[in-house]
Design a protein around this ligand. Structure first.
Ligand code: ZN
Length: 202
């Protein structure tokens, strides 16, 4: 398993509504020092926000790239970096849906049920341009789908019914004041008011 870098700096997280969150991002074509620094900063930012995954557009960068550090259904932790991800989902009789809770660091604090297949496989390349494949169950399957969606300009609100989306926005609005605009560079206010959520936070 690759080890994620630990020498990055925490960056502010970009929110839903910013253009870079809602359009197809550019493929990664250069795998040099700049990319390695971006990956390190994304890992630092994901950790500061207590997330299990983070895409490049969530720190304002228009590139198809995400990092993750996420447990699967059996509690096994998976870590990695994927550039230019392509997701594969089960079809036909292998397709089972999971109704888990989902939240997004770019709409911080709000969670709702989001129906997704209970398994996913993602292929792409790592930060050195080497091919990688990750597949998994549970929260990790959800994470792989959520992050690949980000690289395509899709947020999980786009996958909800109108009713659930409205409820999600209402919850987020209520909590928004507790997140400074440069969060997680500046910490969340009143952390005691925020319960630890069971669902995906990515
Ligand atoms: Zn997200």
């Amino acid at each position: 398993m690759p080890t994620l870098p630990t020498n990055g700096s925490v960056l502010p997280i970009t929110r839903w509504g910013e253009d870079v969150m809602h359009r197809l991002n550019k493929p990664v074509t250069e795998f040099g020092e700049d990319l390695h620094k971006l990956v390190a900063d994304m890992v630092a930012t994901m950790n500061a926000a207590e997330g299990v995954g983070l895409a490049a557009n969530q720190v304002g960068v228009d590139l198809q790239l995400f990092v993750f550090d996420c447990p699967d259904k059996d509690g096994v932790q998976h870590q990695g970096v994927v550039c230019n991800p392509v997701v594969e989902l089960p079809e036909g009789k292998d397709r089972r849906l999971d109704e888990g809770e989902e939240g997004c660091l770019s709409l911080p604090g709000a969670f709702t049920k989001c129906v997704r297949p209970d398994w996913a496989r993602v292929t792409g390349v790592d930060e050195n341009g080497e091919p990688v494949t990750y597949e998994g169950t549970g929260l990790f399957a959800r994470c792989l789908q959520h992050e690949t969606d980000h690289t395509q300009g899709t947020v999980f609100g786009d996958r909800l019914s109108r009713k659930y989306r409205k409820r999600l926005y209402a919850e987020a609005e209520e909590l928004a004041l507790d997140y400074p605009s440069d969060w997680p560079v500046s910490p969340m206010l009143h952390p005691e008011d925020h319960q630890e959520e069971e669902g995906l936070n990515a």
